[in-house]
Design a protein around this ligand. Sequence first.
Ligand SMILES: O=P(O)(O)OC[C@H]1O[C@H](O[C@H]2O[C@H](CO)[C@@H](O)[C@H](O)[C@H]2O)[C@H](O)[C@@H](O)[C@@H]1O
Ligand SMILES: O=c1ccn([C@@H]2O[C@H](COP(=O)(O)OP(=O)(O)O)[C@@H](O)[C@H]2O)c(=O)[nH]1
Length: 942
Amino acid sequence: MCSPYLDDIQTTKMPGIVNDYNPAIHTTRLERLLRDREIRRSSRSYSSNEDARDANRDIDIHRNRNNIYLSDADKRSGDEELLDGIAESKTLHDGCEKKDGWPSKQRLLVVANRLPVAAVRTGEDSWQLEISAGGLVSALLGVNEFETRWIGWAGVNVPDEVGQRSLTEALAEKRCIPVFLDEEVVHQYYNGYCNNILWPLFHYLGLPQEDRLATTRSFQSQFSAYKKANQLFADVVNEHYEEGDVVWCHDYHLMFLPKYLKKYNMQMKVGWFLHTPFPSSEIHRTLPSRSKLLRSVLAADLVGFHTYDYARHFVSACTRILGLEGTPEGVEDQGKLTRVAAFPIGIDSSRFIRALELPEVKDHIRELKERFAGRKVMLGVDRLDMIKGIPQKILAFEKFLEENPVWQDKVVLLQIAVPTRTDVPEYQKLTCQVHEIVGRINGRFGTLTAVPIHHLDRSLDFHALCALYAVTDVALVTSLRDGMNLVSYEFVACQAEKKGVLILSEFAGAAQSLGAGAILVNPWNITEVAASIGYALTMPADEREKRHQHNFMHITTHTSQEWAGTFVSELNDTIVEAQLRTRQIPPLLPTRVAVERYLQSKNRLLILGFNATLTEPVDTPGRRIDQFKEMEVKLHPDLKEPLNKLCNDPKTTVVILSGSDRKVLDENFGEYNLWLAAEHGMFLRRTKGDWMTTMPENLHMDWVDSVKHVFEYFTERTPRSHFELRRTSLVWNYKHADVEFGRLQAKDLLQHLWTGPISNASVDVVQGGRSVEVRAVGVTKGAAIDRILGEIVHSNDVKAPIDYVLCVGHFLPKDEDIYTFFEPELPVGGATTSRAKISKPRNQTASKISAQKSSFRPFVQKAPQTFSSSEKKTTSNGNGHWWSMMRDRLTVHEGSSVLDLKGENYFSCAVGRKRSSARYLLGSPADVVSLLKELADSLSQS
Ligand SMILES: O=P(O)(O)OC[C@H]1O[C@H](O[C@H]2O[C@H](CO)[C@@H](O)[C@H](O)[C@H]2O)[C@H](O)[C@@H](O)[C@@H]1O
Ligand SMILES: O=c1ccn([C@@H]2O[C@H](COP(=O)(O)OP(=O)(O)O)[C@@H](O)[C@H]2O)c(=O)[nH]1
C-alpha cells in the first residue's frame, strides 16, 4: 500500500525525520494532519533538492524567498513541455517501491470529465494531443507529488475499435486513460445536463431562460445520460483501480461517481471536489434531481470545495433537503460521516515566474510593449462563458471611456475570450452578443489607427499568455460567479516587476484569498466597475506595490501542489478517523443468538421503547417525510400479531418504556397484555389496571410554569415547532422547523433557561437531535426501572427470577442508563450511577436484585410536589445515592431474588443510533419488527 497510514498502521521512515507516524499514537485528527503536513513539506524540499542534484542543473535564477530554480527544461517550456511533464510525473520512485527509506509516491487516480489533453484525429490510428483549456486542468497539471493517472474524456467521439485502441495507446504515454462517450451521450450529458442545467444553476443563473418547457421536457433524458456517463467513468476507474489508490473525482460532471465507485468497492478511498460554486440550498432545491445528486456525492469519504461558503451551502442543502445532520465536520447519516471542508485551489506559481525569464517570453513582452507604447494595458482572460461577465466588463469599460475622455486614446482593453462549449446554444448566443457590443464600442471610440478593445475569440499558448500578463497594468476579472478564477492568480504571478492592479469580482472564489490586495467590485454595478478602472489606472506606485506583495505572497504559498497534498492527506486521514470511529460502534444484534437464549430461559423480560423503535414508517420510498403522519406516531401495523403472542406467553413480561405520555401509550397498547411505563417510567400501569405514579415523593416541580413561558415564547417565534407539557417534563420539538433556524433558536432558548428560570432548579436539560427537554432531576428510564421492576414483582407477574433481558430502544443518551442498569458485567463500585444500582457479588457473573413490597401509590393528579431540601440535594447530585438506598431496601428487607441474569442472556440494543452504550445495534424499527417476529415464531416452534 502506498499510503503512509491506514488500517495496518504502518510506519514510514523519512531521512532527517524521526518518523514515528502512527495514527494510534497521534490520536487527534489535528495532530495527525499537522504531522502529515510536516512530512509532506520535508519530502518536497528533499525531493526538489534531489531533482536539482540529479539533473546537475545550473541555477540561472535564485529568487531568495521562494527558492525558485530555472531549469534547462524550462528554457523550452510551454504547452509542449507541460504535456511531457504529464508523462514524466517527475517521479522519484516509480510504482510503490521505496528508495533510501523514502516512502513511495501514493498512486492517485484523478477522474475528471476532461483529460488534460484533447485528442485530434490525424489518421486512422494516429492522434495529435493538445493541452485542454480551463482552470481545472492547469491546476492539476502542477501537481507532481503523486503517482498520478488521469481518467477522463478526450473530447472526441471515437466510434471505431482501431481508433479507440490507438488513442488509448497514445494517451497511455501521457499517463491518461480515456473514457469513451458516444456522441448522443456527450450531447445529453455534457452539453445538456452538465452545461445547460447544472452549470448555470450552480452559478446562480437559474435554468435557461428561453424555452423553459423544452428544457423541462428534455430534463429526464439528460439526467439518464448523466447517470449513464457517470457509470461509464466508474467502470473505467474500477478496471484500473489498485488497492491503496486514492480516487479523486472532480466537478459537477461526476456527482454520481462516488456512489457508483463505492458500489464496486466500499474500501475505495474516494474524494470529490467541486470546482464551481455550490449555491445556496434555496437554489439547489429547485433541481428535480436534487436529493439523488446530494446522496451520491455523500457516498464519498471527503467532499471538498474552494471556499467555506460553498461548503456551508452544501451542508445546508444536505440538512434542509435530505434532513441529515450537519456537524462542524461534515454531514452525518446514521453514524456515517462524510467529511466536508474547504480546500482553496492554487496555481503552480513557480512555472509562471520561471517562464518570464525565457527568451521567447521576453521577445513577446518586447513586442507587446512596442505595440501598445504610450497606452496603459488592461487585460481580460476568460473562457467565453456567461458566468465570466464579459458583457458587463466591456460595458463598464465603455462607461469609463465615456466619463473620462482624456483616457480614450491612452488605454486599451485586451480581451482574450477562449471559445468553450460551443455546441450549447446559450454559449453561441453569448458570442454574438459580445461581438456586437465590442463592435459598437470600437465604432464609437476607435480612430483610423487604434481601437480601444482588442477582442480575441481564441486561446493563446502559455508563453504568449505569460507575456500578456506581464505587460498588463490592470487586470479585469468581472465574473458574475466563479468557483475560484485562476486567471487572477496567474496575473499576480507574472507581475513581480510591474506590480499592476487586479480588479476582481467579489463573486469569484478568489476574492476570498486575493481580496485584500485587489480592488473588489460588484460586476453588476457598472458605475462601480468604471470608477474602479479609473482608480486602478491612477493608483500610486507604493499602494500598487503593497497590494501586489500581499497577493504575491498568497499565490506563491497556496499552490496547486499544496492544494492537492492537503486534499489527499485529509482524505487519507478521513479513512483513519472512520476506522477509529467504527471501532467504537457496537456490533449488530446477533438475532439468532438472542432468539436461542430467549427460548432457553425460564423467565424473560422484554423492555421496549416506543418512538422510532416500534413505530410505523412515516415516509414512503421516494417521497418526502410526511409531517402530518409523524406528529401522530402509531405502532407498526406488522407488530400486532407478534406482540400479542409475546405478551400472552406466561414466561415473558413485556414493558413498553417510553417518553410519551400516558394517552399515547393507552391508544397504541390498550389492547395488549403488558406493562406501560409512560413519561420515562414516571407512570406505570399494567394494561389490566390503573395508572400509578412511580415518581419519587416530593418531586420538585415548581419550575414548570416559568419553563413553559420560555417554551411558548420560542414556539411562537419558530414556525413549525411545538411543545408538549408532560407531568414531569416539558419538551420543545423543532423537528419540522427549518433545521438551522431551529438550532439557533434552541441555542438561544437554552441560554434563556440557564440564566433564568432553571438556574437554581433541580432539573436536567436534555438535548435531543431536534428537541430540548427539561425534566425534574431523577427522571430517566434507568432511574425508573428498579421501581418498575419492584412493582412488577410485587404484582406477582414474575414468579421466578428473571434470567433473560432484552432491552431495545431509540433512547436519548440521558436515558441510556437503562442499558447499564442491567449490565451484569460491570464491576461493582464503578464510577457511574448505574453501577451502584446493581448488587452483584464479586465472584459471580449474575446480578441479583431482591424485591421489596411496593411503596407505589395509585396515581392521583396532585398539585406540583416538592422535595424536602435534603432529598433535593441528593437527587441533583446525580441520583446515585437515592438508587443505592432503594436497592438496599429491596435486598435487605425481603431477600427474595428477582434478577438472576448472566452476561450471555442480556441483550441491550440501540435502534437507529451508532453511538450508544448498548451492547448491540439494530438499524431501524423494521429490524425490531423482524426480531420480535422471530421471537414470537420461536414460541410456536418450542
Ligand atoms: O471543460 P470545459 O467544459 O471546457 O470547461 C473548462 C473548466 O471550467 C470550469 O473551471 C473551474 O475550475 C477552476 C479551477 O478550480 C476554477 O478556478 C473556475 O472558477 C471554475 O470555473 C469547470 O469547473 C471545469 O470542470 C472545466 O474543465
Ligand atoms: O488562452 C488561454 C486562456 C486561458 N487559459 C487558462 O485557462 C485557465 C482558466 O482558469 P480559471 O480558473 O480562471 O477559469 P475556468 O476557465 O476554469 O472557469 C487558466 O489557467 C488559464 O491559464 C489557457 O489555457 N489558454
